[in-house]
Design a protein. Structure first.
Length: 155
């Protein structure tokens, strides 16, 4: 929120334009303007004054350890520490999670579609269809568990 901190962070991250010392409604206006001009936005904040902008952004990230309860409630994601360098890891993990969810849904729907066609035609028995369905359920569960294997930088 302070100009010297905003300037220092901007210089370290290569950001050429920043705003500081904004009121909550001004932060929300900036987020809304950025979203209409550039597309989806990600807002990171930790206080009550960040809550409207956290809620108004595409993705709101609250700094968990130092964040206020209102900021944590308004955000979509809460980082449990105050280390912003972990944000790229959180984004990467969320992208992997979405990819795994899409895989799981596709495999489940495909297997069900196959057995909806094969079962009435008499190519498979009901017991076989149920067994395969249970196998697919275990497969998608194991596929989801792959996300627990994270590189050391995310742990």
């Amino acid at each position: 929120d302070s100009e010297p901190v905003a300037r220092a962070i901007s210089m370290r991250t290569g950001i050429s334009s920043w705003r500081s010392g904004l009121l909550p409604e001004e932060k929300l206006d900036v987020v809304c303007n950025l979203e209409s001009d550039a597309g989806p936005t990600l807002m990171v904040g930790d206080g009550v004054n960040d809550s409207p902008a956290l809620a108004g952004s595409t993705v709101g990230v609250a700094m968990g350890a130092a964040g206020s309860d209102v900021a944590l409630d308004s955000a979509d994601v809460a980082l449990m520490g105050d280390d912003l360098t972990r944000l790229p890891d959180a984004i990467s993990l969320s992208r992997k999670a979405v990819f795994v969810m899409k895989q799981n849904v596709a495999v489940s729907l495909l297997s069900k579609a196959i057995f909806v066609v094969l079962a009435p035609l008499g190519f498979v028995t009901l017991v076989t269809a149920i067994a395969v369905d249970m196998g697919i359920s275990l497969l998608v569960t194991l596929n989801g568990l792959r996300l627990l294997r994270r590189p050391p930088s995310i742990r």
